[in-house]
Design a protein around this ligand. Structure first.
Ligand code: NZQ
Ligand code: ZN
Length: 388
């Protein structure tokens, strides 16, 4: 059964090899002053920076640059971004990069016309925006987070050892996002597979919750199968356009709120992974991979029927003559095999985590209640130790 819900997605998408030309259709809708937000320079090496700047100039825009958005953008960088956008009287924030740039642009967008400190207001007190919001557009170059079509913004505070996500409403979602699968082909393989695991886990987080028969879980299974199939092709040949385009589109659907409609969701792998990320600054998708199997093996007995369904529907486990426990266990074994094949991190120690961080990571883990088992502190510590 599906619960009661509303659904609207405020982001207009342009997808495909020619998608960047549609920036010409979008730019006239906004004022003259554009802040071009990007990361550590990959867009200068692969030519995307020049292509975007040419279009901005052709449309007569007055451009200020906000460069150096780091993976896992920080509260300090966010404060700097707010200053840049204010000084430039920004009419549009154009993020060109991955989830970090897109998340960061959203966090800046709700803070430019607001007097409070952005970390305190949105990531400590979880307040909603009550000031004018500067529109955000996105040209995506890294696939995984779904940030291009959702309201999420994740910011890291290194002083406090916290990595916190705020899911804003539709006013904060990008007004438009441009998705050209070819733009992702210069990604190092490690980033590509981290993004692939992020996609897969977003689907898991929404799937491993509740037992009802609902179409959201059917969609989730189809998306998971597509990620697995295309990831194996992309790992073999990162230049395979069919695989890369399927992965890019799946990432968007995995976290644009569609497959969570009408059902409960879990998100504990993300809570554990983000807490580990606050201590290690490791790549987001890798932190998820490292904690996933210990977590899922721990909650399996509490969600046995769903793990059995996952094994049969997603991994094609033959159920004949086996107990439910054996079937469910084979499903997670198949998932582990796939994770090793694509080459994600299997342990937090590979990402710089050490034994003496466990207590701090456990303290930084936000406990959510939508999964099959609400974790207590001892369970969190045990899962983290297992993940190390
Ligand atoms: O900074 P540059 O030089 O551009 O390099 C980036 C960065 O080092 C590089 N890169 C991106 N596109 C490239 C490229 N390198 C070569 N060629 C390209 N085409 O990739 C590195 C990682 O980029 P980043 O944006 O950090 O990756 P991702 O998209 O995985 O974003 C991660 C952030 O998103 C948050 C994560 O927590 C993390 O802070 N998330 C946001 C979510 C949301 N909005 O809903 C949900 C997710 O669960 C996630 O938490
Ligand atoms: Zn994620």
């Amino acid at each position: 059964m599906l619960g009661t819900f509303s659904y609207k997605n405020a982001t207009k998408l342009y997808f495909g090899e020619d998608a960047l030309k549609y920036l010409n259709d979008e730019l006239p809708k906004y004022g003259k002053n554009v802040v071009l937000i990007y990361g550590g320079g990959s867009i200068k090496k692969n030519g995307i920076y020049d292509a975007v700047l040419d279009i901005l100039k052709a449309n007569g825009k007055n451009v200020a640059e906000d460069a150096g958005v780091m993976p896992n953008p920080t509260a300090d960088k966010l404060r700097e971004g707010v200053r840049i956008a204010r000084d430039h009287r920004a009419d549009l924030l154009l993020a060109v990069g991955g989830g970090s740039c897109c998340d960061y642009a959203k966090a800046v967008s709700v803070s430019v016309h607001c007097n409070d400190d952005p970390w305190d207001k949105y990531f400590a007190r979880f307040e909603e925006p009550d000031c004018a919001i500067v529109p955000v557009g996105c040209v995506l170059t890294m696939v995984g987070t779904g940030s291009e079509m959702n309201g999420g913004a994740v910011i890291t505070n290194h002083d406090l050892h916290l990595k916190i996500g705020h899911v804003f409403g539709e006013d904060v979602m990008p007004k438009f996002s441009i998705l050209n699968p070819r733009f992702t082909m210069s990604l190092p393989k490690r980033q590509m597979v981290a993004g692939i695991y992020d996609i897969f886990n977003h689907i898991c987080e929404q799937y491993f919750s509740g037992e009802d028969d609902n179409v959201s879980d059917d969609l989730a299974e189809a998306l998971m199968k597509s990620v697995v199939r295309n990831s194996l092709v992309a790992v073999e040949n990162p230049q395979d356009y069919v695989a890369r385009s399927n992965i890019m589109w799946t990432a968007t659907w995995a976290l644009n709120t569609l497959i969570s409609r009408g059902k409960t969701t879990d998100w504990m792998v993300h809570m554990l992974g983000q807490a580990a990320g606050a201590y290690t600054d490791a790549t987001h998708g890798m932190t998820l991979a490292a904690v996933s199997l210990p977590y899922y093996r721990h909650i399996l007995p509490y969600g046995l029927q769903k793990f059995k369904r996952f094994a049969i529907e997603v991994w094609g486990v033959d159920a004949a003559g086996k107990t439910d426990e054996a079937i469910a266990g084979e499903g997670l074994a198949a998932m582990e095999d796939w994770m090793r094949r694509i080459g994600v991190a299997m342990k937090l120690s590979e990402l710089g985590a050490t034994k003496d961080m466990i207590d701090g990571i456990a303290d930084a883990t936000i406990v959510l209640k939508g999964g099959y088992k609400v974790l207590d502190r001892k369970e969190i510590v045990d899962i983290l130790k297992e993940s190390l």
